[in-house]
Design a protein around this ligand. Structure first.
Ligand code: UDP
Ligand code: MG
Length: 313
């Protein structure tokens, strides 16, 4: 039977979380009493993740499918790989670490039944390190401004998408992306609901500080060129101010004669300007990097093997 609801779960070194996840998720799905599938994507895990996923598949071959990727392509590309294979009409993404309880899934499905094509979520009582919560607040604000979106919590991955939205996402072939933002861009009738959030009890976060910064660069440059335009505008402002300064210095020189002091002021100004130039170069470079990645046209992910029951449907 064709599944109606598809759950998409990326997993990277999640051997500690997976047994508890499966134990919680499966009954929730069964209780809804609607045909479903659970698609796991193994994103190049080095631990026992693949073995555990294989066992789930063997235990429930009709509902579980496992896509084993050829390496680590990142959370968002792993979900994209899942999207390419989902069969359901209502697609729900979920993290493997149980930070978002599977018990929230029926709420998302109910919103989709009510006709919403994208069901966003925000975490109430988010249980993450304080620096991440503060950083997220700032990033959410800035990203909404520059990407012209209205998402309260970019980082919450428990989200629901209608088949139509997934079809549009699937033809967006960029090689880095941020799925909640992409979904929101194409949504016609989105809604946001609160969901519970728990601490990561098993395993550890796959995002260190450096990965988080890179992820947010991707998010900001994927959905807007406003950063580039801000650089141009900053350049215009600095040039204008410098022009006034030059005029003033010229007049001063003609009226009061040459000046020798103020060397350190000059250095300070020079350092500031060098900083702005480097920052601008970096922003321009981010976009150049994106263009480079897109023109090299490498596959976004590579599948090693798919475990699914040919007669399962
Ligand atoms: N993940 C992945 N590939 C990666 C990094 C993470 O598939 O390269 C998965 C991970 O297994 C988890 C989800 O993405 O299911 C979210 O990761 P995590 O919980 O570490 O992120 P956080 O909650 O700390 O933002
Ligand atoms: Mg997590």
């Amino acid at each position: 039977m064709k599944p109606e609801i598809s759950i998409v779960i990326p997993a990277y070194n999640e051997e500690e979380s997976l047994p508890a996840l499966f134990e919680e998720l499966y009954p929730v799905m069964e209780q809804m009493g609607r045909p479903f599938e659970i698609i796991f994507i193994n994103d190049g895990s080095k631990d026992k993740t693949l073995g555990l996923l294989y066992d789930f598949y063997k235990a429930h071959p009709k509902e579980v499918r496992v896509i084993d990727l050829n390496g680590n392509f990142g959370q968002h590309m792993a979900i994209m790989a899942g999207f390419d294979y989902v069969l359901g009409d209502k697609i729900i993404t979920l993290d493997a670490d149980l930070q978002n309880p599977p018990a929230e899934i029926p709420k998302l499905v109910a919103e989709m039944d009510a006709g919403h094509d994208v069901v966003g979520t925000y975490r109430v009582g988010r249980q993450d390190p304080i620096f991440r919560k503060v950083a997220s607040k700032i990033v959410n604000k800035i990203t909404n401004k520059i990407a012209r979106l209205n998402i309260s919590d970019y980082g919450c991955m428990l989200r629901g998408y209608d088949r139509r939205i997934i079809d549009i996402i699937n033809v967006s072939k960029e090689s880095t992306t941020f799925i909640p933002a992409l979904g929101q861009k194409f949504a016609a009738n989105p809604i946001e609901i609160p969901v519970a959030h728990r601490e990561r009890e098993m395993g550890e976060s796959k995002y260190g500080l450096f990965q988080l910064i890179r992820l947010n660069f991707d998010l900001m440059t994927s959905f807007s060129i406003i950063p580039l335009q801000m650089v141009t505008m900053a350049g215009m402002v600095v040039s204008f101010l410098s022009f006034i300064l030059v005029c003033y210095m010229l007049l001063r020189r003609l009226i009061l004669g040459p000046e020798v002091e103020g060397v350190f002021t000059l250095m300070a100004i020079q350092f500031l300007l060098t900083g702005i130039v480097l920052f601008s170069l970096g922003i321009a470079g981010e976009y150049m990097g994106r263009i480079y990645r897109e023109v090299s046209r490498r596959p976004r992910y590579a599948v090693r093997k798919i475990f699914e029951d040919e007669n399962g449907e």
